[in-house]
Design a protein around this ligand. Structure first.
Ligand SMILES: [Fe+2]
Length: 142
């Protein structure tokens, strides 16, 4: 369900690596659910997903800003909406108002699939030009 493939590549090594990590966290969540892990384990994985998403979105938005990407505002709005949805789910799950269901996994998979193959692919021509100059910046930040 959560397997990264070249179809998801945005040709920017640092961003591909972050996308792979998001897939890996999704896979972990799926595997933990399938093996019947309890709420505490699932909540921890979900927390990691939320934190890593914030790091990843901030990274993409920084690169877009540095490259004067014209689609930044629309892209950021999409990030904000995904963040709001996942934070709401996290809060509902923590308080017992929501259960971890296949629907959540489907939401995550859809998000990765549609956002990466749709919106992320659109910044590729603009951001990939400047990839080499960000190598140092990336290793300093992460
Ligand atoms: Fe994005």
């Amino acid at each position: 369900m959560f397997e990264w493939s070249n179809d998801y590549s945005v040709q920017i090594v640092g961003i591909d690596a972050q996308h792979r990590n998001l897939f890996a966290i999704g896979h972990e969540l799926h595997a933990a659910m399938a093996s019947g892990h309890g709420k505490a384990v699932l909540a921890k994985i979900l927390d990691r997903l939320v934190q890593y998403t914030a790091v990843h979105f901030a990274h993409e938005e920084r690169l877009m800003r540095l490259n004067d990407y014209p689609g930044l505002a629309a892209h950021k709005a999409e990030h904000d909406s995904l963040t709001t949805q996942v934070l709401k789910f996290q809060a509902d799950y923590a308080s017992g108002r929501a259960a971890m269901t296949v629907q959540l996994l489907t939401f995550l998979k859809d998000w990765l699939e549609k956002h990466i193959k749709g919106s992320d692919m659109r910044y590729v021509p603009c951001l990939s030009k400047s990839e080499p100059q960000f190598v140092g910046r990336r290793s300093q930040t992460y």
